[in-house]
Design a protein around this ligand. Structure first.
Ligand code: GLN
Length: 306
């Protein structure tokens, strides 16, 4: 029997309210530091097309690193397994913007979901796609079924002006010969993808194809064959929530991808996708209330991948 999602989401929204004041927004990106901390939204979309939402689920927010799943999938479609010559697929155990392993492992990032890996993915897309920005937007709009998905130039500019760590990672990659395009071009596209804005409702819809063996129920298109779709979900499980991934999977039990805008997208294969947003982050950069909301969701519904 289907759980009573509306009641469960209402209960979750109430239970996480005291946590909203405890997290801290990502203030290293000035445009994100201004987002009010009291926001909380959550949306669940089932494969059958039912949508359940609570709180600020319709308010667009900066999805930041959640976009790394979309770019990774576009790169996988164009580069295929060749991508794995340039990026590993192991959790890093280090902060998402750390240069330490990149230096030790001679310019081959640990996975596509940390910043260094996403920069290599960006480099692949700059070579493979005619108009990478437009194609990324088109891809996300088609997956979510929403024309409201936008890039936010103010956030991108805010990141560019303070993105010294990302610039350092890109230069390090270039010095090891793992970027083909100019560092500035790669960073520009990377900041663009991080600046995508969408609501929980649209974000949940856009991840549904990963819960459906690569077939997008929103557009009816086959995005990936079942095998790479399964592998993308495996990567989310092992690498999607930074160096907190062990704790996250222990608590939540779903493949997920987080971003420092406070968003988290998660999938339950064969059933649903969920998106949650609350800007206050924990010390590892995952949404504090968002992580708790997903933990409550899998506990209350009794559903996870385990
Ligand atoms: N734009 C952010 C950065 O590069 C994305 C990081 C994130 O969401 N983890 O620092």
């Amino acid at each position: 029997m289907e759980p009573d999602y509306d009641r469960i989401l209402a209960d979750i929204a109430q239970e996480v309210r005291p946590l909203l004041a405890l997290g801290a927004p990502a203030d290293y990106i000035p445009a994100l530091a201004r987002v009010p901390r009291d926001r909380f939204g959550m949306a669940v979309r089932t494969l059958e097309g039912r949508i359940h939402a609570v709180g600020d689920a319709d308010e667009p927010f900066s999805i930041q690193s959640v976009s790394k799943v979309f770019t990774f999938i576009l790169a996988l479609r164009s580069a295929g397994d060749g991508l794995w010559d340039r990026i590993q697929r192991e959790p890093s155990g280090d902060p998402f913007n750390s240069p330490i392993l990149l230096e030790q492992e001679r310019g081959i990032p640990r996975n596509p979901f940390i910043n260094a890996g996403a920069l290599v993915v960006a480099d692949i897309l700059l070579e493979a796609l005619e108009d990478p920005r437009e194609e990324l937007l088109r891809f996300v709009r088609a997956r979510s079924g929403s024309g409201a998905v936008r890039a936010d130039p103010e956030v991108a500019e805010s990141e560019r002006s303070t993105g010294h760590r990302n610039a350092a990672l890109a230069h390090l990659l270039k010095s090891f010969g793992n970027l083909r395009n100019r560092v500035e071009e790669v960073l520009d596209f990377y900041f663009f993808q991080c600046s995508l804005r969408m609501s929980c409702r649209d974000l949940a819809a856009s991840f549904l194809f990963l819960a459906n063996r690569g077939l997008c129920p929103v557009s009816g298109e086959r995005v990936l064959e079942p095998s790479p779709a399964k592998r993308a979900a495996a990567l989310m499980l092992t690498c999607g929530t930074y160096d907190a991934v062990g704790d996250f999977v222990y608590r939540v039990g779903l493949p997920a991808k987080s971003g420092v805008g406070g968003g988290i997208a998660a999938i339950l294969p064969g059933r649903l996708a969920a998106a949650v947003w609350s800007p206050g982050l924990n010390e590892r950069g995952n949404s504090l209330a968002g992580t708790q909301a997903l933990e409550l969701f899998t506990t209350k519904t009794g559903m996870s991948i385990f």
